[in-house]
Design a protein around this ligand. Structure first.
Ligand code: ADE
Length: 217
């Protein structure tokens, strides 16, 4: 079984990272009038930053790049362009993380073409191999510490994808699934989270339950 390092991010992590990003924006005396969140990962961070900075002009651009959890899906592309005019405005573009950096770099170029007076970008996390460096970020991740961050708004998308990958090779029980997560993905999801994950997969017709055992169809 080939795993990868994961981290189950808590809401406390998110609040701390948002505070750190805002501290950096304020130290830099940047005063954005408009926030643009990148759907989907940047939507919650953008909303939290807009709340803390009292900025009500909050919009979204959608980029798509990552397909199944932790697997990039070809080239990044914009699938929803900016729906309003931001010409002459001071803008902040927000995402959760820069990993390859492609999504944010694409979105920043897209917004730049729409003539803002100033344009800066912010993420919660920045992986050091990213080709694009955001203006503000809370924390850096060294390349050799690459991790898949399971954000609180993405828990079931990630756990269903990873669980299906595990079940390609193994029939599981809740207990064996917990052990596999710990050994190959370095996280300990709660039993309630694994139960919910398996029940989503049953509802979607991807797996079946036979007593304590769950297997792929
Ligand atoms: N999106 C792109 N890279 C990511 C990562 N390393 N963790 C979580 N979400 C991501």
């Amino acid at each position: 079984m080939k795993g990868f390092r994961c981290m189950l991010v808590t809401w406390k992590n998110i609040e701390d990272w948002v505070s750190e990003v805002i501290k950096k924006i304020e130290l830099d005396k940047y005063n954005p009038e408009v926030i643009i969140g990148l759907a989907r990962g940047g939507l919650v961070p953008a909303r939290l930053i807009s709340d803390r900075m009292q900025i009500k002009d909050l919009y979204a651009v959608k980029t798509e790049h990552w397909g199944i959890t932790a697997t990039p899906d070809g080239q990044a592309r914009i699938t929803q362009t900016l729906p309003i005019n931001i010409s002459g405005k001071r803008v902040l573009v927000v995402d959760d993380i820069t990993d390859t950096g492609q999504s944010l770099s694409l979105a920043v170029d897209h917004v730049k073409n729409m003539g803002p007076s100033e344009l800066k970008s912010a993420t919660l996390l920045h992986i050091l191999h990213s080709k694009y460096i955001p203006d503000y970020y809370a924390d850096v991740v060294p390349e050799d510490k690459w991790t898949w961050f399971i954000f609180p708004w993405n828990v079931y998308e990630d756990l269903t994808n990873i669980t299906l990958k595990i079940m390609d090779e193994n029939q599981v029980t809740i207990e064996s699934l917990q052990d596999i997560y710990e050994k190959y993905f370095q996280i300990k999801p709660k039993k309630s989270q694994l139960n919910e994950t398996l029940s989503i997969l049953i509802k979607k017709g991807k797996i079946v339950r036979d007593g304590k055992i769950y297997k792929k169809l």
